[in-house]
Structure formats: C-alpha cells, structure tokens
Design a protein around this ligand. Structure first.
Ligand code: ACO
Length: 380
C-alpha cells in the first residue's frame, strides 16, 4: 500500500541501488551471482573464488586465486583486544551474534589503512572470532587458525581441532557461496547506508551484523530446525504445523519478501544437504525434514491461501549446518561469515557510486501545537 506522498511500508519493490553483484528474480525463482546462475556456481567454486569474483568482477586465474587465498589466510589471527573481549563475553555467555557485532567493532584497532587490506582483515578474522568465542563458551581455549587450509576448512578446524573431510568442506563451501550475496536485503542495505556517509568498512560491517541478527532476516534457521525436532516423526507434522498457524505463529524457513516461488537457494542447499547426509550423516533426519517441508507447504497453501509462501533459504541452511555439527547458536554467525564478503563488495560499489543514501519520511504527526509555559518547580 502506497500513501499519497509515495511512502511504501518496508520499501517493498523500491529500487534503491544498482549492482553488478547479484540479481534476484523473485517471480522466476532465479538468483545470479557475479554473472553465474547460483546452481552453476555454488557447488563448484571455492569460497575464496566467489569472494574474488564479487570483489574484482572476474573469475580469478589459479595464480590470482592462490595469492588471494594466502593474503586472506594471513589476516586470520585476532588482535589481543578482540580476544580479550571474547573472553569477557564468554563469562556472560552472551549471544554469539551480539559478540560477533562487538568483536567486529574492535577490528578498528590496528586496522590496516589500505581499504582492501581492511576488507581482507574483516573477512579473515570474523570466522576466527566466531570459532574462538564458541570454544571459550565451552570452557575450551581457542584454536589458532591455520594458513594452509581454505577459508571453509579452517573455520571447521578452528571449531574442533579436527581437519574436516572433503565432503564437509564442500558442504560448507556450497553454503557460503549460496548466501554470499542477495540483492538489497536488509543487512546489505544497512552496510550501504553506513558506507555512503563516508564512514569506514568496520562500521558498515558492524551495523550489517546488527541487521542480520533479527529473526525476520538471518535469525530463522535455528527456529526452523527446532520445528523439525519438535515434530520428531512424520505422522506428527500436519497437526503440529496446523496448530502453530492457528495460534498465529509464523513457520520459520517459509515465506520471503522477494521470492514468490521456490527460493533457488533452498533448492541448492537441499541438494548439498542430501549429498552430505548420504556420505556423512543421518538420512532419517534429512527425510523427516523433507516431509516437514512438504507438509508445511501444503498447510500454508490451505490456511494462508494466495500468499505464495514457499520454502526459503533458512530451512535447508538449518539442515546443512546441523549436518556439519554446527550448534544452532552458530547458524546466524556462520551466515554472517559469508555475507560479510557480499557486504564488503556492496560497500566497494557504494563508494564508487559516491552518493549518500538519504531518503525522506512522510510526517504523520500533528501540527500547530502551542508550547505553553510550564512553571518549573524550583528546589527549596
Ligand atoms: N508463516 C506463516 N505465515 C506467514 C509466513 C510464515 N513463515 N510468512 C508470511 N506469512 C503470512 C503473514 O502472516 C501474512 O498473512 P496475512 O495476510 O494473513 O496477514 C502474509 O503471509 C504476508 O506476510 P508479510 O509479513 O507481509 O510478508 P513479508 O514479505 O513482509 O515477510 C518474511 C517476509 C519476513 C520473510 C516472512 O515470510 C516471515 O516472517 N517468514 C518467517 C521467518 C523467516 O523464515 N525468515 C527468513 C527469511 S530469508 C532471509 O532473510 C535470509
């Protein structure tokens, strides 16, 4: 609904940026990243290759890729103030997304002056912060990053100390590639607004992490998985989902502002999850999740007709990340680890665009009030 002054709640359908990074077609269910259809890219590229593609606009040559990977790996170690903050936060068992936001802020200390080095430092250090914090919360010491492992493998390694199997690395890499960028979503918009004021990358990424934290954006996969576990067996799916909808609850992992057909990311992640569970997991859980999804789509169509509510990326994110043994608390931080590369690429574009983002608001308050002089009580 648009008002006479052109206000559109939630800015739905408003085009507020031009980008070469990703194209989201919500009617056809198509996602293009750096010129590639998601299905073509996600399961084949390494995460570093996809980051390079977005930051520099080209697929890297093998030499460029090796150099980029080494430069990123060289930035993984956390500065002491960041580690100190993580230790303090662990004593409070603070929410991992709050901690990631605070940790990102500390990266202003000793930040490289060159913008590209700053970008590498942010991208390289966020996974280290997440893994280190998680271990501290479990009463374990952080594991130092390794420079000989790729970005995805090193993240899994820092969580457990075990070198992950190729199937697991591929599973995570497919996930990171899938969620790296997605048009002008809320957190990307946040990053672009911040950088458009002439502010810096650390501020933009810190703000974007705050936006991603909300359950309507990046916080849905945990609750989506909870629903699958709550259902527990296929025969309970219909009744439980119906009850939730009748109570006015939203089914997490379903519905999307842009996609009115099946989210292509859900299709890619469903396939990646199946491949991973087949080689390295529990197919009963995968089959249950498929059944929950089918039932949810049927019940949503019945109880919310005409809303075109389809599976979104978060549903299979939950299944895939759970299969990688990531705890639910790390689902959204892991999303942030990937999306940070997209946020940074958008910041580079926004800097090039060189115009502050400053929309207008429609005043709906009263006018013409009179300020009556109040007698200010004086203390005796
Ligand atoms: N379950 C039940 N009903 C839903 C759902 C859902 N998941 N999503 C939307 N609806 C219903 C609303 O209740 C509303 O019904 P009404 O017409 O009877 O009032 C109608 O569909 C339209 O809902 P809106 O809130 O206007 O849709 P919007 O485009 O603003 O919302 C959103 C998109 C926030 C993602 C929503 O679908 C939702 O809350 N989904 C659940 C949370 C989720 O999975 N979030 C992750 C999104 S993916 C991402 O951000 C990475």
């Amino acid at each position: 609904m648009t008002t006479k002054n052109g206000f559109i709640p939630g800015l739905e359908g408003v085009v507020a940026a031009q980008t070469r990074l990703s194209s989201v077609d919500g009617q056809r269910g198509e996602l293009i990243i750096g010129g590639f259809a998601l299905e073509e890219l996600a399961g084949k590229a390494t995460f570093e290759e996809t980051v390079y593609l977005l930051w520099f606009g080209e697929v890297p040559t093998p030499d460029q890729c090796l150099e980029f990977r080494a430069r990123l790996a060289a930035q993984r170690t956390l500065p002491t103030p960041t580690l100190d903050l993580l230790r303090a936060a662990a004593q409070h068992q603070a929410e991992p997304m709050d901690v990631l936001r605070m940790a990102a802020g500390t990266l202003s200390l000793n930040a490289p002056t060159d913008r590209h080095e700053q970008a590498l430092a942010l991208l390289g250090r966020l996974p280290t912060a997440v893994a280190a914090y998680w271990r501290l919360c479990q009463g374990q010491e952080p594991i130092a990053p390794r420079t000989d492992l790729g970005h995805a493998a090193n993240y899994l390694y820092m969580l457990t100390g075990d070198e992950p199997s190729p199937a697991r690395v591929r599973g995570l890499e497919t996930y990171l590639n899938t969620v790296i960028d997605h048009g002008l979503n809320a957190s990307t918009f946040t990053a672009r607004v911040i950088i458009s004021t002439g502010s810096d990358l650390v501020s933009a990424i810190t703000g974007a992490i705050g936006a991603l934290k909300g359950p309507l954006h990046g916080g849905a996969p945990g609750p989506a998985l909870d629903t699958v576990f709550e259902i527990g067996s296929p025969d309970r799916a219909d009744a439980i989902l119906r009850e939730k909808l009748t109570r006015g609850e939203r089914l997490m992992g379903f519905g999307h502002r842009v996609y009115k057909v099946y989210d292509p990311r859900a299709a890619v992640l469903s396939l990646a999850a199946r491949e991973m569970y087949e080689t390295d997991g529990d197919m009963t859980l995968y089959d249950l999740a498929r059944h929950v999804e089918e039932t949810a789509l049927r019940v949503l169509e019945e109880l919310k007709p005409g809303r075109n509510l389809q599976t979104n990326v978060e549903f299979y994110t939950a299944l895939l990340l759970h299969g990688l043994d990531l705890p639910v608390a790390l689902f959204t931080p892991t999303f942030a680890i990937s999306r940070a590369a997209g946020w940074i690429a958008h910041c580079f574009e926004q800097i090039e665009a060189g115009r502050i983002i400053r929309p207008q608001s429609e005043y709906v308050g009263v006018k013409g009030r009179r300020w009556d002089k109040h007698k200010i009580p004086t203390s005796s």
